[in-house]
Design a protein around this ligand. Structure first.
Ligand code: SF4
Length: 205
């Protein structure tokens, strides 16, 4: 019998063997999570150092905050409902202002092929400006992140989010509507897509 997951598994094996950026400061280590059953796709920037070291996506304080935003625990986040594909799959190293941007060659090499292998995706979370620049119309992507985030519920299958890094604490303080108005709607939307039952705090706002 044909294994429906075989094409995706074969592609993931190619991705994980990618060594196109041989000048990465810590070397190539593509970090990705994808199963054909996934309904929610998280598109971030690139792995940080801790994620590079552990090989587990969003396995850091940013990931803890993202899971809190979505109202899911680690088991759900790392389960079959979520796919995780950053714009750059390898840790790009750090610079004076935090981590370097994702490698430019990565998304053209891999993203569209990976996305095409995930037919069940119903919602794509665009975490940070690199993911937004890739997915949103240029006029939307050029605006401040806050403008796109405020429109999150109106984008349909796409949902722009700020990056959950601690570096954005000031942004979060300046935009309290994100936590009070946007996150409850997002949490409900995500939970309607999961196979897990809704919790008492997940009712529609
Ligand atoms: S960043 Fe992307 S293109 Fe570069 S080595 Fe890693 S997987 Fe390959």
């Amino acid at each position: 019998m044909t294994d429906p997951e075989f094409p995706l598994r074969a592609l993931l094996a190619q991705v994980r063997a990618c060594r196109a950026c041989d000048d990465l400061p810590c070397g190539p280590r593509p970090i990705i999570q994808a199963q054909g059953s996934a309904r929610v796709l998280i598109v971030g920037q690139a792995p940080g150092r801790r994620v590079h070291e552990t090989g587990v996506p969003w396995n850091d304080p940013s990931g803890d905050r993202l899971r809190a935003w979505l109202g899911v625990d680690r088991a759900t986040f790392y389960g079959p409902d979520f796919a995780i594909i950053p714009m750059g799959l390898c840790y790009p190293g750090s610079g004076p202002r935090g981590d370097q941007p994702p490698r430019r060659r990565c998304a053209p090499l891999w993203f569209a092929r990976l996305r095409a292998s995930l037919p069940e995706i119903r919602l794509t979370l665009l975490v940070g400006r690199y993911a937004q620049a890739y997915h949103l119309p240029p006029t939307d992507a050029r605006r401040a992140v806050a403008a796109a985030v405020r429109q999150g519920p109106d984008y349909g299958a796409l949902w722009p989010l700020p990056h959950p890094s601690g570096r954005n604490n000031q942004w979060l303080k300046r935009h309290p509507w994100f936590e009070t108005e946007i996150l409850p709607v997002l949490r409900h939307r995500v939970h309607t897509l999961l196979r897990a039952p809704l919790g008492p705090d997940d009712r529609a706002p």
